[in-house]
Write a protein of this length. Structure first.
Length: 592
């Protein structure tokens, strides 16, 4: 909080010396920081006027104040100042206020949707749900409903917790669910009639499908299975089998798709049926499936509809779709341009260095610069994020430019420019940081410079010190084990500092070169960078597909499919940024 006090003092000075509009904003931000640092114990008139405004800074202070009131159980004031919020905890505090103030008339209907979720709840909502159960507002049937939702979302831990805490008297309890999770074959013993019987049976059947598909399909053939599952539950299982077989590229997937009632179809199922048809190059079926769930705004559907028309010798129809698609600056837009053999379409708005706009805020900028240089980035990020909440577009753009080119903090500039109003600010959204080293490494490893930049942009968004959930680190998101392997090839001594940009870039580009030697094709190289070379080789050993754009769609993992599409698009943008003629044709040469 010393930081805020110092900043507030500086704001008072620049407020006194700024122009009228700047002074008003600085005064408002000064008030915001004051309330952030010293929230009042009792709301005075000035505070109430501030939090009652419909503006981002006011909303942040109001919601912070509501948390304070909720924790203090000051329910009357809470109700007075509460406004609908996206924050679930605040909505649950509001229902607690209704309960403790004796306003019970609509309590169950208002609380039910907050509690009835297949996922764990935020802390206040969890406490609200426990209170509703303890006081008899939530009946056993509602708890069972949430157990069912949890199992539908495969959240077995939540289901077990609910069963253990509130339904331990049932035959279908936490211990039985744990047994089925460990040994799904045990569902054959579920004989006691109960609403949860079919739910446990379906859950066990789906577990078996994941672990032992052959046995799951044997169980499916038992007459007893059809008796224990409702028609809807049978459709859920059929859908699970169809998706599993489609993801694995198994021909019999179509047989399972054909057993599905249209009411149980969704976009995921249609997409996987389209992929099955793509695998077989069944273009009439591709077209039929797309038109059965047609969305003219869906670029994926538009591209593959055009490909189908082209393959069925309808060049005029295909061309019309490609021409509309090619106006988009993204993967499918670039593919359409490639098909038309025309230059890519780039909407580009020049970034202007308008330092004059930032002069009134020099004290604030000095504080940010000092925090960044002292590696107190978390504090700096919080301040910047708050400062731009109500800042006009021109000043925000000038601040982003300052972050990118003066402070040389591309990650923060990229984050702030990720708004629709800055969508065409390509210099801010696609930084060319670390340029001398990236150029050197690209030349050394015979890699396209744009490829290295595209990987950095996708993997870390230029955050030097980021660590993924999987443990990958730094700009190019290297796993320590991969980094050690590359360090041996690069003759680097251990231990490695993967948060050091120079080290990370050196090892990451070496890994790209290593994968290129192994896999040859750039699409396979990028897939391996994301999913691992072993996984890509397993996919290739099974699919036998040689057309690269089809292969991208057939990758079983959604994360890797999206990764590949992003990388190709980012590559094209970086080529454009470096004043090259973007060419993605090498990514779409036939796969060997």
């Amino acid at each position: 909080m010393n930081l805020l006090r110092g900043l507030i003092t500086g704001m008072l000075f620049i407020w006194a010396t700024a122009g009228a509009a700047d002074a008003r904003y600085l005064a408002r931000f000064h008030t915001y920081l004051t309330y952030l640092d010293h929230p009042p114990k009792i709301a005075d008139t000035a505070f109430i006027q501030f939090i009652n405004q419909d503006a981002p800074l006011s909303t942040k202070i109001r919601e912070r104040w509501l948390y304070q009131l909720g924790r203090a159980q000051n329910w009357q004031d809470y109700q007075q100042f509460y406004r609908f919020s996206a924050d679930k905890n605040l909505r649950c505090f509001n229902e607690l206020a209704h309960y403790y103030l004796g306003q019970h008339q609509h309590l169950v209907e208002q609380t039910r949707p907050l509690w009835l979720s297949g996922h764990p709840l935020p802390s206040v909502c969890h406490a609200l749900g426990e209170l509703m159960i303890d006081k008899g507002f939530f009946k056993e049937s509602l708890i069972i409903e949430r157990v069912i939702l949890a199992l539908e979302k495969n959240n077995v831990k939540l289901a077990q917790t609910l069963l253990k805490r509130h339904l331990s008297h049932l035959d279908y309890n936490a211990a039985l669910l744990h047994l089925i999770t460990q040994k799904p074959h045990h569902i054959i013993t579920l004989n006691t009639p109960h609403r949860l019987q079919s739910v446990f049976y379906l859950y066990g059947l789906k577990q078996l499908l994941k672990n032992n598909p052959k046995d799951a399909l044997k169980f499916w053939q038992f007459p007893e299975t059809k008796k224990r599952l409702s028609l809807g539950q049978q459709q859920v299982f059929i859908r699970a089998v169809a998706l599993q077989k489609a993801r694995r590229g198994e021909p019999e997937a179509l047989k399972w798709f054909n057993q599905l009632n249209p009411a149980y179809y969704n976009r995921t199922l249609i997409d996987w049926q389209i992929r099955l048809a793509l695998r077989k190059l069944d273009w009439p079926m591709v077209k039929k499936l797309i038109l059965s769930f047609y969305d003219k705004h869906d670029l994926y559907q538009q591209y593959w509809l055009a490909r189908a028309e082209q393959a069925m010798h309808h060049p005029d129809k295909a061309k019309a779709i490609y021409q509309a698609l090619a106006l988009n600056r993204n993967y499918y837009g670039f593919l359409a341009s490639m098909r038309l053999n025309q230059p890519f379409h780039f909407e580009y708005e020049s970034s202007i260095d308008n330092a004059e706009l930032l002069k009134p805020y020099h004290s604030f900028l000095d504080e940010i610069k000092e925090l960044h240089h002292q590696h107190h980035d978390t504090k700096a990020i919080r301040l910047i994020n708050d400062f731009v909440l109500e800042l006009p577009k021109a000043e925000t753009q000038a601040l982003i430019y300052w972050l990118a080119f003066d402070l040389k903090w591309p990650a923060r500039a990229l984050y702030l420019s990720n708004r629709q109003e800055f969508a065409d600010q390509l210099a801010l959204r696609f930084p060319l940081a670390y340029q001398s080293q990236v150029l050197h490494l690209a030349k050394r490893h015979h890699l396209p410079t744009a490829l290295i930049y595209a990987v950095i942009r996708q993997e870390s968004h230029f955050k030097e010190s980021v660590t993924s959930k999987a443990g990958a680190q730094g700009l190019m998101q290297l796993l320590p084990s991969t980094a050690k392997q590359m360090a041996r090839l690069e003759h680097l001594r251990l231990p490695l500092d993967l948060f050091d940009p120079a080290t990370n870039l050196r090892l990451g580009s070496a890994y790209l070169a290593y994968l290129t030697k192994q896999l040859k094709h750039p699409i396979l190289v990028l897939a391996a960078y994301n999913a691992g070379p072993g996984q890509v080789q397993r996919w290739r050993s099974k699919d036998g597909v040689s057309t690269a754009d089809i292969w991208v769609e057939l990758v079983p993992w959604r994360e890797t499919r999206n990764y590949l599409k992003n990388l190709v698009a980012f590559y094209a943008v970086y080529e454009y940024r470096m004043a090259h003629q973007p060419n993605i044709n090498p990514f779409f040469t036939p796969l060997s």
